[in-house]
Design a protein around this ligand. Structure first.
Ligand SMILES: Cc1ncc(COP(=O)(O)O)c(C=O)c1O
Length: 383
């Protein structure tokens, strides 16, 4: 490999390659919307909801404007507010706890499992006890399917059922993955996902969706997404939002959903190649029994004492981008540090924030490019 090839920049997520693969089909889908001009609640929105319901197995799908809105709308529909507690993992993107705080309820942060990075059941139990001790009413738990891997839905579901909490699954990164043979979208009361462009199933802007089998909840959500509309949009029966998915984004997503299964398989091959190439030099991600992943991220942990910044700089010098998800856990963020954390502390979340780093991951990462990344990682570790 000559020097020029060796240092050519590699994209972290290759949206361009996917765009080229879909080519005219996307252009034609967008042209159809431009022709009918139903930019809001056009026929593609209903068609996408039906396709997502079929894909996930959920009875109702409510498309909406973002993953954050998807989370918020469910909490609004359940009328959460001051005095209520919602248990969230701390090692996640801020939107998980943000949606809770926006309703006036209190996010109570719990720790994650060291191997899977997902909500730790024992910490969830401690977090519920913490919430009660503080005089809060625990109402819900939000497990996150972090980096694409399904959370332990049986363990979370059992604790939630025993405590009378509802479960809202944050599958913003995990939509398309499954747990014990069932696709995400069918666990707990409702599931929220994001179609942000970098997500495994992303659109060309912001977008999201909610999945539920609950008829009453689905009806409330359809109302909330249009300002709490009743019999029509000038009949307002509850507080709501402007949280619709644009027709154009729905048209794009229909095309992308058509190749999603194939992309999930490709992402899994990429993950397997990383694991084979790196498993003996860094801590590679581990799939728990019964869980699959859509590999929103391929996140490794560096050996003890390794200099993460130096490692990232060594890769960058070779044209290989990396990212740190998340350099601070939620309870360490300025905006969230005054919210309660589960008794016993969140030591795993804090450790992960110190030593994780994510490598380029997408369905179009070819073997020679990946071999370059693997060689660079191995070289940086041994240096
Ligand atoms: C775990 C998680 N939850 C929620 C969201 C929010 O999604 P959106 O950016 O579409 O609002 C994200 C987005 O990155 C996420 O990663």
């Amino acid at each position: 490999m000559n020097q020029q090839v060796r240092s050519q920049p590699i994209p972290f997520i290759d949206i361009v390659a996917q765009r080229q693969r879909l080519g005219r089909s996307i252009d034609e889908a967008v042209s159809r919307v431009l022709a009918h001009c139903q930019f809001i609640n056009g026929p593609e929105v209903t068609a996408l909801e039906a396709a997502l319901a079929k894909f996930s197995g959920a009875r109702h799908v409510i498309a909406c404007a973002s993953g954050t809105d998807a989370l918020l709308m469910v909490l609004m529909a359940k009328q959460l507010g001051p005095g209520d507690a919602v248990l969230c993992p701390s090692f996640t993107f801020c939107a998980t706890g943000e949606a809770v705080a926006l309703t006036g309820a209190t996010p109570v942060f719990v720790d994650v499992d060291e191997a899977t990075f997902n909500m730790d059941a024992a910490s969830l139990e401690r977090g519920i006890a913490t919430a009660k001790r503080l005089g809060l009413k625990p109402k819900a738990a939000i497990p996150v399917d972090l980096f694409g891997q399904s959370a332990d839905h049986d363990a979370v579901g059992a604790i939630a059922a025993a405590e009378g909490l509802f479960v809202l699954d944050d599958a913003a990164q995990g939509f398309g993955a499954s747990y014990k043979g069932r696709r995400l979208g069918t666990f707990g009361l409702a599931t929220a996902t994001s179609f942000f462009p970098a997500k495994p199933l992303g659109c060309f802007g912001d977008g999201g969706a909610i999945f539920t089998d609950d008829d009453e909840l689905a009806e409330s959500l359809r109302s909330i997404r249009v300002h709490g509309q009743g019999s029509d949009k000038y009949d307002n029966v509850r507080l709501g939002l402007t949280a619709r998915l644009d027709t154009m984004q729905a048209a794009i997503l229909i095309e992308k959903l058509g190749i999603f299964e194939d992309e999930i398989a490709a992402r899994n091959e990429v993950a397997e190649r990383y694991t084979r190439g790196l498993g003996n030099v860094v801590t590679v991600p581990r799939l728990a029994e019964g869980c699959t992943s859509v590999w929103a991220q391929y996140t490794i942990r560096l050996p003890k004492g390794a200099n993460r910044d130096g490692f990232a700089a060594a890769l960058k010098a070779q044209g290989i981008p990396t990212a740190i998800y998340y350099p601070k856990s939620m309870h360490q963020q300025t905006a969230y540090r005054d919210f309660p954390v589960a008794d016993g502390g969140l030591l795993v979340s804090e450790r992960l924030s110190d030593d994780v780093i994510s490598l380029p991951m997408h369905a179009y990462l070819d073997e020679p490019t990946q071999a370059r990344i693997i060689a660079a990682v191995r070289g940086a570790i041994s240096a």
